[in-house]
Each structure stands twice: as structure tokens, then as C-alpha cells.
Design a protein around this ligand. Structure first.
Ligand SMILES: *Cc1c(COP(=O)(O)O)cnc(C)c1O
Length: 379
């Protein structure tokens, strides 16, 4: 089955009781048993729920995996996965990681004796240099936020295989429509479902997808033991969102490209960060592992000050100033004072997060209107 067909059909059966074509919202905590242990596959909704199950099956199919697990947020998915590690274990991750992941690693799991290394993973040699006999996990995020760096997933997988380390990829920015890390040798794919998969800025949810059965069993055990599961209503909303994932992402990509190209021509704009440009330092890797380049675009201003950035951020109308990304509506954000505010100025500037850096989540509105909105804000 091809992607669009899977998005609409994979894991979904008409409701056996009524024939309802849409998966019902099974708003129930428990399930009647005919005799102790004699049930229809569902005992208690922390362990499993039919609406959530349909979504988990659908996500597994989209990522070309065998097992999907949903969580109450992206952070809950990462939290559960990290509980596979033990004190003394080490993790290697990227130095421009999503801020929430960085906080969970350094402020929560570091307290339990797990050690984290952060390196510029776009250069695979930097990963190899940190591997030792305690390394258990490579945590990759690509494209990265907000600098749009690209990490070679197949290259990272080769390092992971060689040293018998797990490779997890945060696939939130690309979505399985653009990139399927399990096909490139990753063991685990993670999503903030909140973003493109949900797609309508109305749900917070996370997910993990794996191929390997033994790994899936460990994660199911942790999912059920720790209990950070999403409810059936949210699962229904995401199933509904995913039905249009392929056409939404196509439009996000088309609009992202046109906005990136427009920004390059604007005299107020200094640099534009978008992996589709041939001069992007990791463009070749992006072309190799992604089917298109997505709708996330960052740029800086020639006047590199917070005040200049604020002029733009407060003068757009269609681009709403907000955290998050991946919804149908366009958003604009200021990493230096929003997502990356907790990182000292010298530290964030080392990775390119300068005062005038602006990040766009380009939505699926008519692109002429989006460009006009930016033109007005920049003039
Ligand atoms: C938003 C986000 C997360 C965290 O997900 P939540 O659903 O907000 O908990 C993790 N990684 C990336 C890349 C994100 O954008």
C-alpha cells in the first residue's frame, strides 16, 4: 500500500458492533469479562483501548514499523523510552536538540546517573568519538530546531549497529511522509504527535514506533507500568488528522519552498535556513533521506537585534506568534526569547540562535497571502 492509502486505511476496520466506518471513541476505562481472563482483548484502558489501538496500528504502518505506542505527550514518549536505561548508561545526542528533550535529559535523567553527551551530529565523526562501552542510545533529531541541520540517519545507524547501540530518531519535523528512519536502520522512531501528525493544533500527544518484537515488548511493559497514555478522544482526533497527512505535507512543502525563496530576495533578510537550498551544508544528505524538505523555515535579519526581530514578530497577521508548529495555520516564533530563552546567549549563539533569528512554521494557507503578510511585516 502506498502512503496516502495507508494514512486513510491502515489499522482501521469498520466497527464490528455497528459497522460505523469511523473508529468510535471508546470512552471507557474497563471491559466486561465473561469469566476471569475471558475477554475480547481489552481489560483496562491504561493497558489498551480500541481507539488508541487503531491509532497505534496506523502509526506503525506509516513508519514502516510493526508496533506503535502512543503517549500523553511527546515528552511522555521520550520519558518512557529513557526508562529502558540504567544508572551508568550513556547517551549521545545532538547539540541543537529540542529544548524539552534537552531539559528532560539534563535536569531529570542525569539525576538518575545517566550520562548525556551533546555533539554536532551532522558530522558523524563527532558521534563515533563519544562512543564507549557504556553507550546505550544514540538520540537523533533531524531536521533540527530551529537551525534546520540535517543528520545522516543511515550513517548514524551504521555506527549504532557496529557498537550494538540503539538508535532513536525524533521524526517530528519530517513526519513519515517525508522520512522513514526505520527504513534507514533506526530502531525506534519518536513523534511529538502534537505537531504535524495531529496537524490541527488541538491535541498534545506522543508516539514511539519500532520493528523489533523484543524491543516492543519492553516498551509496552514500560507504557503500561508508567501509564502516560493518551485518552480515546485525543486518539480519535489524531486518527482524523492523519487522514489528510499526505496532502497537508505536500502543501506545507510547496509553501515552505516558496516562502524560503521569497525570504532570500528580501533586502532586510540576512540568512535563510531551509534544507532544500543546494547551498545548505547538509543538502545532499537531506536529498538522500527525505522525500521533500518540509514547511519549517528559519531566517535572520541584517539588523541583528531583538528589537528588529520584534518589529517583524508583532506585525504579521496570518503568521501567529506562538510556540509549537505543524498545524494547518502558519506560526512565527522567536527562538532566542521563546524556545531557547533558558540557554545563555553565548551558548545559543554558538549554534546559530542569534538575536534576530525568526522561525516559521509555514501553514497550508494560500502562499501568496503568506508572502504578502511577511512582506508587510518586513517593510
Ligand atoms: C514539540 C516537540 C517535542 C515534545 O513533544 P510534546 O508533544 O510537546 O511533548 C519533542 N521533539 C520535537 C522535535 C518537538 O518539536
Amino acid at each position: 500500500m502506498k502512503f496516502g492509502t495507508k494514512a486513510i486505511h491502515a489499522g482501521l476496520e469498520p466497527d464490528p458492533a455497528t459497522g460505523a466506518i469511523m473508529t468510535p471513541i471508546y470512552q471507557t476505562s474497563t471491559y466486561v469479562q465473561a469469566a476471569p481472563g475471558d475477554h475480547k482483548g481489552y481489560e483496562y484502558s491504561r493497558t489498551q483501548n480500541p481507539t488508541r489501538h487503531a491509532l497505534e496500528q496506523n502509526l506503525a504502518a506509516l513508519e514502516n514499523g510493526n508496533y506503535g505506542l502512543c503517549f500523553g505527550s511527546g515528552m511522555a514518549a521520550i520519558d518512557t523510552l529513557l526508562k529502558m536505561l540504567l544508572p551508568g548508561d550513556e547517551v549521545i545526542s545532538t547539540n541543537d536538540l529540542y529544548g524539552g528533550s534537552y531539559r528532560l535529559f539534563t535536569k531529570v535523567f542525569a539525576q538518575y546517573g545517566i550520562k548525556f553527551h551533546f555533539v554536532a551530529m551532522s558530522d558523524l565523526a563527532n558521534i563515533e568519538a563519544k562512543v564507549n562501552d557504556k553507550t546505550r542510545l544514540l538520540w537523533v533529531e533531524t531536521p533540527t530546531n530551529p537551525m534546520m541541520n540535517i543528520i545522516d540517519i543511515a550513517g548514524a545507524a551504521a555506527i549504532a549497529k557496529k557498537h550494538n547501540i540503539l538508535l532513536a530518531v525524533d521524526n517530528t519535523f519530517a513526519t513519515p511522509y517525508l522520512q522513514t528512519p526505520l527504513d534507514l536502520g533506526a530502531d525506534i522512531v519518536m513523534h511529538s504527535v502534537t505537531k504535524y501528525l495531529g496537524g490541527h493544533s488541538d491535541v498534545v500527544m506522543g508516539a514511539l514506533v519500532v520493528k523489533d518484537e523484543a524491543l516492543a515488548q519492553k516498551l509496552y511493559f514500560l507504557q503500561n507500568s508508567c501509564g502516560a497514555v493518551p485518552g480515546p478522544q485525543d486518539s480519535f482526533l489524531v486518527l482524523r488528522g492523519i487522514k489528510t497527512l499526505h496532502i497537508r505535507i505536500q502543501r506545507h512543502c510547496e509553501n515552505g519552498r516558496k516562502v524560503a525563496e521569497y525570504l532570500k530576495t528580501n533586502p532586510k533578510v540576512d540568512k535563510v535556513y531551509w534544507p532544500g537550498f543546494p547551498e545548505h551544508p547538509n543538502h545532499d544528505v537531506a536529498k538522500k533521506q527525505m522525500r521533500d524538505f518540509g514547511g519549517m523555515v528559519s531566517f535572520t535579519l541584517k539588523t541583528n537585534t531583538i528589537a528588529a526581530a520584534n518589529e517583524v514578530l508583532t506585525r504579521t497577521h496570518l503568521f501567529s506568534l506562538a510556540e509549537s508548529l505543524g498545524g494547518v495555520e502558519s506560526l512565527i516564533g522567536h527562538p532566542a526569547t521563546m524556545t531557547h530563552a533558558s540557554i545563555p546567549k553565548e551558548e545559543r549563539e554558538k549554534t546559530g540562535v542569534v538575536d534576530s533569528l525568526i522561525r516559521l512554521s509555514v501553514g497550508i494557507e494560500d502562499v501568496e497571502d503568506l508572502i504578502a503578510d511577511l512582506e508587510k511585516a518586513l517593510s
